[in-house]
Design a protein around this ligand. Structure first.
Ligand code: PLP
Length: 497
């Protein structure tokens, strides 16, 4: 069955999957959503006998219906290869009674690799299918991890260019070093004077700037997005939830059909939305537990039905979740409004105007699968410390937010359903915060000395992604104000042939 994609803001006609991937964001500013969520057409038993790439195919073929089997299998084969340091691609680690789904075994050691190692291939295939001859320029706002994962994916990919905007003072030292050392003539990394929301809003503005789009088209360029607003990011993220369930079943940790809960450390609501899609495809998932850090706009939303971004933006030790405008929530709002684009538009207009909106009682009732909570900075640090002390398992700060929220959830509800916790980054990416949580004696050591300490303490080899940046030269040092982003883009494309 063919699946088409339409905008959450309702204007314009439905497009194919490849067109949606090429465009990223719809012209009316809405996000593309599938007209319906397809059901898995393989049994859980069959899935439990498959490896990651096979499962990825079984899931993605249901969404990317205008890709041929060969095209899709090709993209999958190129994405999930030796760039990952384990054949399982996304292994599960059992610690303290929960299953940590390690999504950080790819090239840049954060979960963004799960989708961004395939997105460039989906994009190029989509361009070919739609006979696009323009060069595709990826504009990306990053809270730290998407940037590097997208750069790694698109660097030196013919027919593409990539520009990444990150908050200059809002990412971890290792995250920044990873980005500014990026090679590739088609790459540009820019630190903006502002926070992630400023970067994201700035990029969305560039996308909806029709005059700019025309000017660029004349020069042979068109923009697309590597952010999780692109359905080419969302769909590959569904696969690892199916794979996690299949793995638990194969290893006889659960019975076929047994429900599991899923906990996701959340920022832009992309990862947890993928879990929600998996549930709606028929995967036996019970609660979707949404974990926030001190920027707990989502926790407040689930509690009150009011989304309110009018609050102080906090810089935390889990910077990839330092977000007040959760883009993908729009897809959820549209859905719980029963696919009412008008209603969604109304709420999104309120959000960009007053910074706030309230959903109806009926919409709130449609959110019953979700549970939201948050972990403050001290709780996050304590969770890293506790898990290390009790199990010897070291988790990063984002995963620790999820793990701490999971403990709160269990205490509050007594629900002991088997649980998968999305482990979204390697502890090596946030070494300083991780090590300071374990012992204050590490405070005076430099970043790379800490890497070696962590390696010894956790009994883990230093990931290649970290070894590479130890001595790598800085290649990007551009900074700009938020209102200069457009000029930066034009400037970069001017020098490019
Ligand atoms: C991006 C990111 C998140 C948040 O994921 P969303 O899909 O934006 O909700 C959490 N943890 C890490 C390490 C990330 O990089």
């Amino acid at each position: 069955m063919e699946i088409l994609y339409k905008s959450t803001r309702g204007e314009g006609t439905a497009v194919t999957a490849s067109q949606a991937i090429l465009k990223g964001l719809s012209e009316d500013g809405g996000l593309y959503v599938p007209e319906n969520i397809p059901l898995l057409d393989k049994s859980l038993q069959e899935l439990s006998e498959m490896e990651y790439k096979q499962i990825a195919y079984e899931v993605m073929k249901l969404y990317l219906t205008d890709f041929t089997e060969e095209e899709l299998k090709n993209c999958i084969a190129k994405a999930y290869d030796e760039k990952f340091d384990t054949e399982a691609i996304a292994p599960l680690a059992e610690a303290d009674g929960a299953y940590y789904l390690e999504l950080f075994h790819g090239a840049t050691i954060a979960f963004k690799d799960m989708a961004l190692s395939i997105l460039p291939h989906l994009m190029i295939t989509s361009a070919r299918k739609n006979k696009v001859t323009n060069k595709i320029v990826i504009l990306t706002a990053t809270s730290g991890d998407t940037g590097k994962a997208a750069l790694a994916g698109f660097a030196d990919v013919e027919g593409t260019g990539i520009i990444v905007f990150y908050p200059k003072d809002g990412v971890s030292p290792i995250q920044e070093k990873q980005m500014v050392t990026q090679k590739g003539a088609n790459t540009l990394v820019v630190g903006i004077h502002g926070n992630f929301d400023d970067a994201q809003t700035g990029v969305k503005k560039l996308f909806s700037d029709k005059a700019l789009a025309e000017e660029m088209a004349q020069k042979g360029y068109q923009f697309s997005s590597a952010n999780s607003i692109n359905i080419g990011r969302l769909v590959p993220q569904i696969c690892y939830y199916v794979h996690a369930y299949a793995t638990l079943l194969r290893e006889e940790k659960i019975a076929a059909g047994e429900q599991i809960n899923v906990v996701v450390p959340t920022g832009n609501f992309g990862n947890i939305l993928a879990a929600y899609y998996a549930k709606n495809m028929g995967l036996p998932i019970g609660r979707l537990i949404c974990a926030s850090n001190d920027n707990k706009v989502l926790y407040d939303f689930f509690r009150t039905g009011i989304y309110d971004r009018n609050r102080e933006f906090m810089l935390t030790s889990s910077p990839s979740m330092d977000i007040l405008i959760s883009s993908n929530l729009e897809r959820m709002i549209y859905r719980i409004a029963g696919g009412d684009a008008q209603k969604n538009m109304e709420l999104m207009t309120a959000l960009s105007g007053e910074g706030k909106y309230e959903i109806t009682e009926q919409m709130k009732a449609n959110l019953e699968d979700f549970y939201g909570n948050f972990a403050a900075e001290a709780e996050t640090a304590e969770e890293i410390n506790r898990l290390y002390r009790t199990c010897g398992y070291v988790i990063d700060t984002h995963t620790a937010v999820a793990s701490a929220v999971y403990r709160k959830y269990r205490k509050e509800t007594g629900d002991d359903t088997k649980t998968v916790i999305a482990s979204t980054a390697s502890p090596f990416k946030f070494t300083r915060s991780v090590m300071n949580s374990i012992d204050t004696k590490y405070e005076t050591m430099d970043d790379f000395a800490l890497v070696d300490e962590l390696s010894a303490l956790a009994g883990l080899a230093v990931p290649k992604a970290i070894e590479e940046i130890r001595t790598a030269p800085v290649l990007h040092n551009r900074q700009c104000d938020v209102n200069e982003m457009k000029d930066v883009v034009k400037d970069f494309l001017k020098g490019d042939k």
